[in-house]
Design a protein around this ligand. Sequence first.
Ligand code: SAM
Length: 282
Amino acid sequence: MVEGKGTLYLCATPIGNLSDMTPRAVEMLKAADLIAAEDTRHTRQLLTHFDIHGPMISYHEHNKERQGPILIEKMLNGTNIALVSDAGFPGIADPGEALAKEAIAAGITVVPVPGANAALTGLIGSGLPCSPFFFGGFLPKSKKNRREKLAEWKHITCTIVLYEAPHRIVDVLKDILNAWGDRPMVLARELTKIHEEFFRGTVTTALNFLAENPPRGEFVVVMGGSTDIQEPEKLMDPLEKVRMLMAQGTDKKSALGAVAKEYKIPKRELYNRLLKEEGEVK
Ligand code: SAM
């Protein structure tokens, strides 16, 4: 704790099963001067269950820019704030990340209070390699941006963990199949809840499964990594490279010099080829 300043406690809450609330999180939420929550009505139910009755303030995606500085000001003036999201770790695919960043920049002590998290719970139950893994959160909602993101992540070789809403999951899996081809994957549904379920298969069998069992509830998607061996980058033709550099604004002499050096060929030879191409030497 920094002298005179309050502390920001990032408190994890259950992702379904209330027994996953940790005694430490209860303690911190009871001790906090103020509880900042993504959805105060939702969190009030959770807090009441654990006999926590402190004052609350809302902090969510749509008010974080306005609310962040207000919370920072309060902490600078000595208020201890506990931040919770709707479920799991504040900061993982929800706005907690922004407040932690602002608090650190303001010299406020940030204390994480861990507990349940959907990504890690799905990952350890998936049976796919747990380390290394890549956490992608939610893919973009727009088809175009989603396809661009999938193209960017196509060659990731480790396990990939994603979040997805039930009404989008079929579309997302179809895009994944198109972009990455078929590969092992696991659908982890309703984790820690009564209807917890793991479907372990491939993208194609998962799509068949979802056609027969319309998606309901919350999903973590755990994808096997790429097994593609990427072809080594093909070297561009040296003259093509010279022309590319010139088109980018490099003068002819420097472009010839740079390419001759890179391709380990005499500059004069390259120059003659260029002249020939330009039709200056027959
Ligand atoms: N902060 C949370 C965490 O630490 O896991 C995640 C918040 S994010 C807004 C919500 C997404 O997490 C859901 O759309 C779903 O993909 C995933 N999720 C949350 N609870 C889940 C559960 N019980 N089972 C499966 N996925 C869950």
